[in-house]
Design a protein around this ligand. Structure first.
Ligand code: 2HG
Ligand code: ZN
Length: 464
């Protein structure tokens, strides 16, 4: 640790845990994207918000960028430190601070793992309903930074619906206590919501008060095998008409193949091009009759050619694995990821337009589609073919992402639905947000991070 800036940090904060081992720099310098070579200056592990403020003031003096770091499960490079930044890990700030039974809130530190937060809620007979496959590793601070969505948005909305209060440290080292758990607060701009989804560029979350709710009734999971793209939204409409949905997800035969190779069980005798997963309230005869009714309607109409319904929670978990296991089953292949959204009503036309682009541009590529189709959010993972080098592959994918971005602009969609812009989608921000909007974002960033130290280079570049 012979960097003079670090020595001064050590002198000013002798109690601060700092790591500079090459293995730690490598480990903490990246997220689940594998494109950038990590090169942080060091990793700091503050124990409380006062320490975070002191680190920010040091960073301003020394002109060192800060990369906030939680579970680093992000897929857009938002937690990558490849340019000598200090990684600010919230691993030691991972406690539940308070539960309020009347407000039905938990107050937590940002490093708390989502699954632990969910478990803490359950201890009080309540749930924190935002949920997705990375629950065991991602942290609530990162969920807030990306306004994470996941599999139950259709019922509960994104992370932003569940954040009742936020304490944040700005790029000047000031501590802001935003909204303080209030349900109603009409006293000017809602800065809490501005911070949510800002990917750590406007402030560092040091505490969050999250809302909880009643556990849902029992549920069942049904997976439909769908022969044609045109039928996907018909099945969705039928399910929405007759069931109370808590999730509505989608994957293709390509995705199924990967997930089966990774150990999942195939409940179907024959392969279909598309699959839909519906999770819905169950537990009564009326519920069961409705589920059967939907299945029969879809079968009669020719929208589905097969389906399975869970008979136990173990079976429901096995069916969920077909969808939730996809990312993990692809990880070793280092796919190029897209995470787009359009309005639900635009999904069929958008999918058709994209399919035409992919058939034309990528005839030989393995393209894996899946996602939260009931929210208008699709994940498109492109697998590198054998014999194509990493760089050539990324260049090719970026060319096609530019086409994707242009198509999204036509549909009024977004190049990032729930993963954030980070480094990966920075080039395409202008397809999704107007020049006037980006100018406003720049102005806001300048106010909250006047010295340009908060997650520099993420979302958009700030001109010097
Ligand atoms: C999911 O929905 C995650 O499973 C990951 O958002 C998506 O791996 C992906 O592209
Ligand atoms: Zn997703």
């Amino acid at each position: 640790m012979n960097d003079a800036r670090l020595s001064r940090l050590r002198e000013q904060m002798p109690e601060l845990l700092l790591k500079t081992d090459p293995a730690d720099l490598e480990f903490y310098g990246r997220d689940w994207t594998r494109r950038w070579q990590p090169a942080p200056l060091a990793i700091a592990f503050p124990a409380d918000s006062a320490a975070v403020q002191a680190i920010v003031r040091w960073a301003v003096r020394e002109q060192v960028g800060l990369v906030p770091s939680g579970g680093r499960t992000g897929l857009s490079g938002g937690a990558v430190a490849a340019r000598g930044e200090l990684v600010l890990s919230f691993e030691r700030m991972n406690r539940v601070l308070d539960f309020d039974p009347v407000d039905r809130t938990l107050t937590v530190q940002p490093g708390l793992v989502l699954e632990s937060l969910q478990a803490a809620a359950l201890q009080h007979g309540l749930i924190y309903p935002v949920d997705f496959a990375a629950r065991g590793s991602c942290s609530i601070g990162g969920n807030i930074a990306t306004n994470a969505g996941g599999i139950r948005v259709i019922r509960y909305g994104n992370t932003r619906e569940w954040i009742a209060g936020l304490k944040v440290v700005t790029g000047s080292g000031e501590l802001l206590d935003l909204n303080r758990g209030l349900i109603k607060n009409s006293s000017g701009y809602d800065l809490r919501q501005l911070l949510i989804g800002a990917e750590g560029t406007l402030g560092l979350v040091v505490e969050a008060t999250v809302r909880l709710t009643d556990p849902p009734p029992p549920s069942n999971v049904m997976v439909f095998a769908v022969p044609a793209m045109e039928a996907l939204m018909e099945v969705f409409a039928a399910c929405r008409r007759r069931l109370s949905l808590s999730a509505f997800e989608f994957f293709t035969d390509r995705a199924l193949e990967h997930v089966l190779r990774h150990g999942a069980q195939n409940p179907f005798a024959q392969i279909s091009p598309f699959y839909l997963v519906a999770e819905f309230d169950a537990g009564s005869e009326a519920h069961e009759a409705a589920a059967l009714g939907v299945f029969e309607e879809c079968l009669d109409q020719g929208w589905v050619n097969d389906g399975v319904i869970s008979q136990s929670s173990a079976q429901a978990a096995a069916l969920w694995r077909l969808r939730e296991g996809i990312t993990e089953s692809l990880a070793a292949l280092k796919p190029y990821k897209n995470d787009i959204s359009v309005r639900i009503s635009q999904i069929p036309r958008f999918m058709q337009a994209m399919r035409e682009i992919f058939e034309r541009e990528y005839p030989d590529y393995d393209i894996v589609w899946f996602g939260h189709i009931g929210d208008g959010n699709l994940h498109i993972n492109v697998i590198r073919p054998d014999g194509v080098g990493d760089e050539a592959f990324i260049a090719e994918c970026e060319r096609v992402t530019a086409l994707l971005s242009a198509t999204l602009a036509r549909f009024g969609g977004s190049i990032s639905a729930e993963h954030g812009i980070g480094l990966v989608k920075k080039k395409y921000l202008e397809g999704t947000r107007s020049a006037a909007e980006i100018a406003v974002m720049r102005g806001i960033r300048q106010v909250l991070d006047p010295h340009g130290i908060l997650n520099p280079g993420k979302v958009f570049d700030v001109e010097a």
